[in-house]
Design a protein around this ligand. Sequence first.
Ligand code: ADP
Length: 501
Amino acid sequence: MAIAQKIKLTDYLPADCANGRTLWIDGEWQASADGQTFPTVDPATGLKIASISQGKAADVDRAVQAAKKASKVWADMDGMQRAAIMRKAAELIREHRNALGTLDSIDSGKTISETAGRNVEGTAAMFDFYAGVTDKIRGSVIDMGPQKTGLVEKEPYGVVGAISPWNFPMSNAATKIAPILACGNALVLKPAEQTPLSALLLAHILDLAGVPKGVFSVVTGVGAEAGAALVEHPDVPKISFTGSTVTGRRIAAAAGQRLKSVTLELGGKSPFIVFDDADLDAAASGAVTTVFMNQGQTCTSCAKILVARPLMAAFIEKCKEKVAGIKIGDPLDPKNDLGPIVSTVQLDRVRRLLAEGLACGSTQIELKADYNPLEGGNFIAPMIVTDLDPNSSLAKEEIFGPVMTIYPFDTDAEAYTAANDTEYGLAASVWTTSLSRAEIARRTIDTGIVWINCVHTLSFGTPVPGRKASGLGSEYGLEVVDNYMQLKTTVTMFGGYRGLF
Ligand code: ADP
């Protein structure tokens, strides 16, 4: 029997919630208005974990009305008060490390070493970082000459709608919750239907930390119902979304009709360039990390690997050696590095892209990872593919699975052309010991992030700004204050006003 079956949800979540009332609205666990539920499934075993309330427009409306009322209480607190509550939340997140990690692992298939390790730590640190921002938000004074003062202030939007994906359930939710709260907004979160569990425990933790009732709500449900209702709700002036480009376009179009502000973190087809002067071992370590971490289900994954032709064979050998050390199996076993893919839908998509690529003449290189799939789970072994047809869907689409695609190049110009030959513009990773190459790469590659001799190296202070089809606006950094607050200009005259008429 898989370990996941031994988990009793009441050990991890408040009893009402664990027993199927999974909407957290106005400080209470509630069922959906029509009582409908959907299952969340353990991707490591295919077994149902829990029944989740299927929130719809009426439920979203209850959450938004509560948020609207509570947003005033939250915005009227001074920054220091909000910061204290957010710091308390960070402390409680660390105290709930095991529960948060376990919920994310059984729901998403991510390994417990990752979820209870760097994901919980990152989630707590996200609250600490933005607690430090909330009392430092400033406006400005504009010089308008004598008798006039121009003030520019930042005001919260009121209620923000946040829609999060399944690939880093807890971390991606926190990436929205912490800055949105820090800026004095209330928010309604719609977590991904595949992975709602950790958001429910986060709701409980924020309640314990002292976030006033109604300021943070969670409406579980499916995208086309709860997600769409949040985007369409007239009292939600701002939407923050992370997910696929297809859904991002749909949300941007709906928000555009209603003239709402949107922040979008979307997909990518990010390049990884290994020049002939690169530190080959470090580059191979970076390539194996970026392609295979989280089973390839990472939006900033730089999985389009471009290698200087003379290095191709040696680079592939090094990648094979590094893959041999990866342990794949039960996500709840702390020895494992990787688990299954999140859902059968995603697994089928990866297999389809791979089959299409191979049908177009690609070559699959055999790899020997320590691969121990569980029965009934969505497991797939890592693979490297070469000789790709650049017009195949495997070469063009975001794969979101453990597939490393490698292309040789002969000149630097060829590498840059291939790197920019995509509708996406999220990230790039470049490996070279030449300062001038690094500088040229940084200026030539049209992506929001360029990593030089590293990959996925970020801090909370570094924005993640997707370009082209990879997004609008950015997350992380102090820049998010501009996402989650609106400007107000006030001009005051000290007498002497003369109008045109
Ligand atoms: P995937 O296709 O991999 O499931 P999505 O980008 O569709 O990824 O999902 C990311 C998030 O967007 C999830 O929370 C999902 O429920 C939500 N979502 C999906 N469709 C819509 C929609 N039409 N409106 C709002 N949210 C949506």
